[in-house]
Design a protein around this ligand. Structure first.
Ligand code: NAP
Length: 294
């Protein structure tokens, strides 16, 4: 239970509502900032502004998955109020207060460092990334269906990268009957791809391996689908780039060549916000339970 824990939730989207619901059930005291247009009432949760919140009692601060912008703005879909996190806010919290965010950037890192608080980047955790790969794979299937005129079954699909997302995506498309090959650069990953019953190839041979592909799904966060690679791919190939912005595709060249290449960030929040929120809520509940007061 989280009885006596004060959690300040600032901004966010539908995923935050699942988190609030779960933490509220666990008896945490929740203060919500940037939710003035939200009609739902949550037991044990109250609405506040950045000015009237009692920072000195906050045990944890929860930011949205996107964290803050490069100038400290926090996105919220439940308010028109402009929310800017400042180092001064964090300095007013007790020393044990932990900041939880999906991702971070230089602004947020500096705020946390200058206030001598600690930051947990939820999206960097293996458990969150693996659970999140499930709605990501489902969202990729949705996009493949929407943007092609062929079935996934028997389509020639290449997945680039065998990390947390790549593995789930490769397995999902294979289960739908696609002919899946996976590009990786480590020998143990190539061995794993073989073990999964899929066709492995080394990313050094990308250009040759993508010459007859119907669908190419990139999960490698580096420029790997270069103009050189694109120049030899069939014109009908659909590219779905899942890697974080700016993706791994030379989108300018793909467009020039008349190929459809789509950058698809944030699929879990788009296709399954409730599940994506529950994934975060479950992990946060454990982290907050284990967070000891000094
Ligand atoms: P991950 O577990 O780190 O996997 C990335 C994979 O790419 C690893 O296998 C890594 O191999 C490989 N890789 C990295 N640089 C490479 C290079 N230059 N050449 C060849 N392989 C390379 O990351 P993840 O959790 O799967 O996430 C992958 C990307 O998807 C990230 O950018 C993440 O932000 C994004 N993502 C997007 C969505 C969405 O909705 N679109 C959802 C979740 C995540 P090594 O381990 O050998 O480096």
């Amino acid at each position: 239970m989280l009885t006596d824990k004060h959690v300040v939730v600032i901004g966010g989207d539908a995923r935050q509502l699942e988190i609030i619901r779960k933490l509220s059930t666990l008896d945490a005291k929740i203060s919500m900032i940037g939710f003035d247009q939200l009609n739902d009432g949550f037991i044990g949760a109250s609405k506040h502004t950045l000015k009237d919140i009692e920072w000195s009692t906050a045990d944890a601060i929860l930011l949205p998955v996107s964290g803050t912008s490069s100038d400290g703005k926090i996105e919220t879909v439940f308010s028109n109020e402009s929310l800017v996190l400042k180092v001064d806010h964090l300095q007013q919290t007790p020393e044990h207060c932990v900041i939880y965010s999906g991702i971070s950037n230089e602004y947020l890192d500096n705020c946390v460092e200058n206030s001598k608080r600690s930051l947990v980047k939820l999206m960097e955790r293996d458990d969150v990334a693996i659970y999140n790969s499930i709605p990501t794979a489902e969202g990729t299937v949705m996009m493949a269906i929407q943007h092609t005129d062929i079935t996934i079954h028997r389509a020639k699909v290449a997945v680039l990268g065998l990390g947390r997302v790549g593995m789930s995506v490769a397995r999902t498309f294979s289960a739908l009957g696609a002919n899946v090959k996976v590009g990786a650069n480590e020998s143990q990953q190539l061995a794993r791809i073989t073990e999964m019953g899929l066709t492995p190839f080394h990313t050094d041979h990308m250009k040759e391996e993508l010459r007859d592909i119907d669908l190419c799904i990139n999960t490698i966060p580096a420029r790997v689908i270069t103009a050189n690679v694109l120049a030899e791919m069939p014109l009908h190939t659909l590219i779905i780039d899942l890697a974080s912005k700016p993706g791994g595709t030379d989108f300018r060249y793909a467009e020039k060549r008349g190929m459809k290449a789509l950058l698809a960030p944030g699929l879990p929040g788009i296709v399954a916000p409730k599940t994506a929120g529950q994934i975060l809520a479950d992990v946060l509940a454990v982290l907050l339970t284990n967070q000891t007061k000094k």
